[in-house]
Design a protein around this ligand. Structure first.
Ligand SMILES: Nc1nc2c(c(=O)[nH]1)N[C@H]1C(S)=C(S)[C@@H](COP(=O)(O)OP(=O)(O)OC[C@H]3O[C@@H](n4cnc5c(=O)[nH]c(N)nc54)[C@H](O)[C@@H]3O)O[C@H]1N2
Ligand SMILES: Nc1nc2c(c(=O)[nH]1)N[C@H]1C(S)=C(S)[C@@H](COP(=O)(O)OP(=O)(O)OC[C@H]3O[C@@H](n4cnc5c(=O)[nH]c(N)nc54)[C@H](O)[C@@H]3O)O[C@H]1N2
Ligand SMILES: [Mo]
Length: 810
């Protein structure tokens, strides 16, 4: 890929291929200015940590420093390709403002200290709180960006050691709904499909998933199929004109928050036309009658009215889905973070199930992950669930886990559902959670309703520990800040969306005294003196490989069985998909090939919930519904979003991502090429709405919701009318204010609502009511990229473009 400006051409050149053929390799490389491959001392194996695709790469090392990256051609996931964030994002590792020493708060200020002082302060506070109140005073809020070994250790410490039920990951904001939707349909987490389904599919349907920007290598795979013979048809469900929409056979742009109505409309058509695999349903699923009955209420005309989508488009999309021979469905935040998240995502599973399209090449469901290691947060129990998809309401599972950890089953909290992060924030607000340990996430920017979140985290009475690699907005509020080593500076494994496990090796030393998250958690366990029931140390491992071995044992016999993997086996070649065990020594491409599921009552991870109210089913109800372990078709009625537009707040606000940045930009904002490509916040608005409000490209707007406001420059795009979009990447670490807005805000979450999905407890970042006001005339175009969904409807005049602030237009 020499010579291609990947900022301007993010997806690079095409390598067309046909159905059933192997995706051609293409090795993408980027090295620091002036270096060539001969200058590199060594190449160290890893995979991407800036999205969930799991793109395998080697880190180039010279003189003990990271100097670039190269895609791994042998890997099943990316065949050598890399996305634009990965090509440039590694530069953040050597940023001069990395945290290098622990910090503690003294007289209101954070000051440098040594590890002993910082850790002892945490341990002392932990012990005081355990004595005074017990484990319910302590909460852990982790991430989807550490390694499996780290989550497993944290889960053991929190659940098995302290015995607190307040453990969650930012995966709650991210893929809680993916897990919930899989639990509803298959009674267990675990991705049915495989990326190789793209090589075979004749229809690919993407629901609320802007894959072009958020898993750009996966999109390259789709683009290469589109450029080859017998290309697949794409169906896109998104209110914005994403690159996916631009390549779609049918682009459905529903009003945000109406996904369930739309899905019921599609199912209505598929069932009414009998594009249904009755033999498959008969053999492998329960619940068809109820589903068929429920969707009768959603003929295309009714749905067209609710979603503001033409009825004929719904019919056309349904016909494509109904005639597909190999249907791949993908789902992401447009469903997971929107109204009725789980109910909507489950309807996607339903389409594949009733069409009998599971467990065969090209027939898959990818309930996507977002973060690189979110799968491991879920598997290892750092999201509150019990490790290896054990069912916390099944006493036999708890007993089994207690055996693995050598603790008393009563020491593992399982008396109530794990506390989800929004509830933890509530407890901290009320003062019952008094210590919160945040690792690898930046809630002061990423949680909804920031004015409230800041006030909770700032409280004097809350002891806040933040473990990060930078002094993030959240770290600035902490009582103790622990400097972490990150990707490239520590070893471990992580697992992508399609269950591919990758080894990530240490390439360079961390800066200063920064330590691997694993070492920090182990140190905490030992300092606290956590023991098993025989008095031996609870945490019996000391490094990544020994932690991996312990995790493997915990996963034995469960759906995510890792027992056939070793570091050695993961070294040198491609990543390997779990389950990998004696039965499947080379891993498993697709789950459910034999139409058998992990859903037997005694084996399953979850008995499921009512999709509308979220009320859990108990064992007896589950056994009555699904006695013999089939897939479950679950229906749901459409219920409108809680906050709908009003006279004062006439727009629907949605938020999300751009290609060039990762989340709160702590990494991508420190990579000059990426920062220049999208340097500041903007707001997308349709041409029609802009004309009504009297807005031109680049005008400064105030966007307000009942919770707060921000200022951003207008980008007029093909977004559907009535909707505005704000990227959520822009917080305050690189503004004067530091952790809060100076005068005008710019973080999307100033506006978002404290509300969550009834089933998955995932916060609703997409759908709130907002107003838009013009406050100043343009002094140039908005800082939004022009290569992506934020492409302007009218081309920007050359003279207007600042080459440093218009991303792909250079
Ligand atoms: N470049 C980049 N890539 C990333 C990340 C990143 O920060 N930057 N983050 C990673 C992570 S953690 C995640 S979770 C993923 C997220 O990946 P995506 O889910 O693909 O990204 P989003 O932009 O959050 O949302 C996707 C789309 O949902 C649409 N949408 C909003 N509301 C609705 C609705 O009600 N219905 C429908 N049908 N669509 C709606 C939006 O218009 C948007 O285009 O990306 C991962 N990859
Ligand atoms: N409005 C709105 N809000 C959203 C979303 C949205 O679409 N709209 N999406 C939500 C989603 S899906 C997600 S995933 C979240 C993401 O939200 P966050 O998790 O808050 O975002 P990040 O910027 O990835 O934060 C990760 C933090 O971990 C630090 N870090 C990086 N590597 C390491 C490491 O190895 N060790 C440690 N200890 N720290 C490390 C980084 O410096 C950074 O401060 O945002 C959510 N918030
Ligand atoms: Mo995410």
């Amino acid at each position: 890929m020499a010579g291609t400006d990947r900022i301007a051409e993010p997806w690079g050149t095409r390598s067309p291929y046909g159905p059933g053929e192997a995706w051609p390799q293409r090795v993408d490389t980027h090295l620091a200015e002036g270096l060539s491959a001969e200058d590199v001392d060594s190449w160290i194996q890893t995979a991407s940590l800036l999205h969930s695709n799991g793109d395998a790469m080697d880190i180039a090392v010279k003189d003990g420093r990271i100097v670039g990256v190269r895609g791994r051609a042998v890997d099943r996931v990316n065949h050598g390709r890399l996305g634009v964030k990965d090509l440039y994002g590694w530069q953040a590792n050597s940023s001069p403002d990395r945290l290098t020493r622990p910090l503690i708060r003294e007289g209101g200020r954070l000051v440098e200290t040594d590890w002993d002082t910082a850790m002892n302060r945490i341990v002392q506070r932990t012990q005081e709180l355990l004595d005074e109140q017990g484990p319910s005073a302590i909460g852990f809020y982790t991430t989807g960006q550490l390694f499996a070994e780290e989550y497993y250790t944290l889960g053991v410490v929190a659940h098995g050691g302290l015995g607190t039920n307040h453990v969650d990951g930012n995966t709650r904001l991210c893929t809680a709904t993916a897990a919930a939707a899989l639990k509803e349909s298959f009674a267990s987490d675990g991705q049915p499909g495989s990326y190789t389904d793209i090589d075979h599919a004749d229809v690919i349907a993407l629901y609320g998933h802007n894959v072009a920007e958020t898993q750009s290598v996966l999109w390259m795979r789709m683009l290469d199929r589109l450029a080859g013979p017998n290309p697949p048809k794409i169906i896109c469900v998104d209110p914005r004109p994403t690159e996916v929409a631009r390549h779609a056979a049918v682009h459905l742009a529903p009003l945000p928050g109406t996904n369930v109505a739309l899905m019921n409309g599609l199912l209505h058509e598929i069932i009414a036309n009998d594009w249904v695999d009755h033999a498959y349903i008969e053999a492998h699923a329960v619940g068809f009658q109820e589903l068929a009955k429920r969707v009768q209420d959603y003929p295309p005309e009714v749905v067209a009215e609710i979603c503001d989508v033409p009825a004929d488009q719904i019919r056309e999309a349904a016909s494509i889905l109904g005639h597909a021979e190999r249907l791949l469905s993908t789902v992401l935040q447009g469903f997971y973070q929107s109204n009725q998240a789980t109910a909507a995502a489950v309807q996607v599973n339903n389409i594949n199930i009733i069409r009998g399209m599971l467990g065969k090449p090209g027939c898959g469901v990818l309930q996507m992950n977002g973060q690189p290691t979110a799968e491991n947060t879920r598997e290892c129990g750092a999201d509150g669930d019990l490790p290896a998809f054990r069912n916390w309401t099944n006493d036999a599972h708890v007993k089994d886990l207690a055996k693995v950890w050598n603790v008393d089953p009563m020491d593992i909290p399982h008396y109530s559902p794990p506390t989800h992060v929004m509830q933890m924030m509530r407890y901290a607000e009320d003062g019952s959670i008094r210590m919160l340990w945040v690792s690898g996430t930046n809630p002061a920017v990423s949680l909804p309703e920031l004015p409230r979140v800041r006030s909770i985290l700032q409280q004097e009475r809350l002891f806040l520990v933040v473990q990060d690699i930078f002094l993030s907005e959240t770290a600035q509020l902490a009582d103790v800040v622990l400097p972490a080593a990150t990707w490239g500076e520590k070893t471990g494994t992580f697992t992508n969306v399609d269950r591919t496990v990758h080894l990530s090796e240490k390439a360079v030393d961390p800066p200063g005294e920064a330590k691997a998250d694993l070492d920090i958690f182990i140190d905490y366990a030992h300092r606290l003196g956590l023991r098993d029931k025989d008095g031996a140390p609870l945490v019996k491992w000391h490094d990544a490989e020994s932690a991996f071995e312990a995790w493997k044992e915990c996963s034995r016999g469960r759906p995510c069985d890792y027992t056939g993997l070793t570091f050695e086996k993961l070294r040198g070649g491609s990543g390997i998909q779990w389950p990998c065990n004696d039965e499947h020594p080379d891993g498993t491409e697709r789950l459910y090939e034999d139409g058998r599921f992990f859903s037997a009552p005694e084996y399953c991870e979850s008995y499921g919930r009512d999709l509308v109210t979220g009320a859990p089913l108990d064992e007896t109800e589950y056994k009555a519904l699904n006695p013999s372990g089939k897939a479950i078709l679950k229906a749901a009625a459409y219920v409108p979003a809680h906050e709908i537009p009003s006279e004062d707040f006439p727009f629907i606000l949605i938020t999300g991502r751009t290609l060039y940045h990762f989340h709160t930009r702590t990494k991508t904002g420190r990579a000059p090429e990426l920062q220049a490509a999208a340097p500041d916040v903007w707001v997308e608005i349709s041409e029609g709405d802009a004309a009504v409000v009297g807005i031109s490209e680049g005008d400064l707007l105030e966007v307000a919701s009942p919770r707060g406001s921000l200022q951003a420059k207008a980008r007029i795009t093909g977004i559907r009318k009535g909707v505005v979009f704000v990227p959520f990447h822009y917080g305050y670490w690189d503004t004067e204010g530091g952790h809060e807005p100076d005068d005008a805000g710019r973080a999307a979450n100033e506006l978002t609502i404290t509300d969550w999905d009834a089933c998955s407890k995932q916060p609703i970042f997409k759908t709130a009511a907002a107003s838009v006001k013009r406050i100043a005339a343009a002094d140039g175009p908005s800082p939004a990229p022009t290569t992506t969904a934020s492409r302007p409807v009218a081309p920007l005049a050359e003279a207007e473009m600042d080459p440093m602030t218009t991303g792909g237009t250079r």
